[in-house]
Ligand binder design. Structure first.
Ligand SMILES: Nc1nc2c(ncn2[C@@H]2O[C@H](COP(=O)(O)OP(=O)(O)OP(=O)(O)O)[C@@H](O)[C@H]2O)c(=O)[nH]1
Ligand SMILES: [Zn+2]
Length: 210
């Protein structure tokens, strides 16, 4: 059977409201956290989770990171991107304080999913950059939606957040979802030989403040 190359991606679920479903201790190599799962406003469990340090309910200026899933970087330590470096930096920063949150959102490949991301990698090996590869496959360059992040933060009851990111669409997404963003903190991982072009594309085409 020929492999179809025009498969559409499953659209990300837009989540308007969430509540905490379960929480448990998560001692880790970075420090003590709690892991929190959620259900949405129609009672479905979410695959997205929050890693929480300390008491964040009602607290202002909670250091917060929104991390988008990257199987290749987060789990396998790929150097094609800076995802794992950023994740570790965020974990270290938050473990160094008494309160903070990392939202781990299952928006693999900026929403196109792992299978299509590997196809995008293949196209990049033929010379396309990250954005061109997505467009070539018929997708927008970024399909992510941050309403779920806002719903999770509201469910955790934060007063306001300090968002660690270089991506202003995350700030806008939280604000649209009713979460107060006190300010943004840059989160810049050191470039590596293998991800230099990826980072340049983020800066030049995707509007990241790098
Ligand atoms: N489509 C696609 N997605 C990728 C590629 N490389 C990494 N990703 C995904 O990009 C997401 C990470 O997003 P980035 O745009 O790098 O960074 P960001 O999270 O938006 O911005 P920061 O908050 O500043 O880190 C993860 O979901 C990765 O799986 C790629 O080549 N193509
Ligand atoms: Zn990555």
């Amino acid at each position: 059977m020929p492999v179809p190359n025009n498969l559409q991606v499953r659209p990300l679920r837009v989540v308007r409201g969430a509540q905490v479903f379960a929480r448990a201790r998560l001692p880790s190599r970075h420090g003590e956290f709690e892991i929190v799962s959620f259900i949405d406003d129609v009672g479905r469990t979410l695959d997205d989770v929050a890693i929480v340090r300390g008491d964040v309910a009602g607290r202002a200026e909670v250091p917060t990171r929104i991390h988008s899933e990257c199987l290749t970087g987060d789990v396998f330590g790929s150097f094609r991107c800076d995802c794992r470096d950023q994740l570790e930096l965020a974990l270290q920063r938050i473990a160094g304080g008494d309160a903070g949150i990392i939202l781990y959102l299952r928006q693999e490949g900026r929403g196109i999913g792992i299978a299509q991301k590997i196809r995008a990698y293949h196209l990049q090996e033929q010379g396309l950059d990250t954005v061109e590869a997505n467009l070539h496959m018929g997708f927008d360059d970024d399909l992510r939606d941050y309403s779920v992040a806002a719903a999770m933060l509201r469910a955790l009851g934060v007063g306001s957040v300090v968002l660690h990111t270089n991506n202003m669409s995350k700030v806008a997404g939280l604000q649209q979802g009713g979460v107060a963003v006190a300010r943004r903190e840059p989160l810049i991982a050191e470039a590596r030989e293998q991800n230099r072009r990826y980072l340049a594309t983020k800066r030049d085409k995707s509007g990241h403040l790098l």
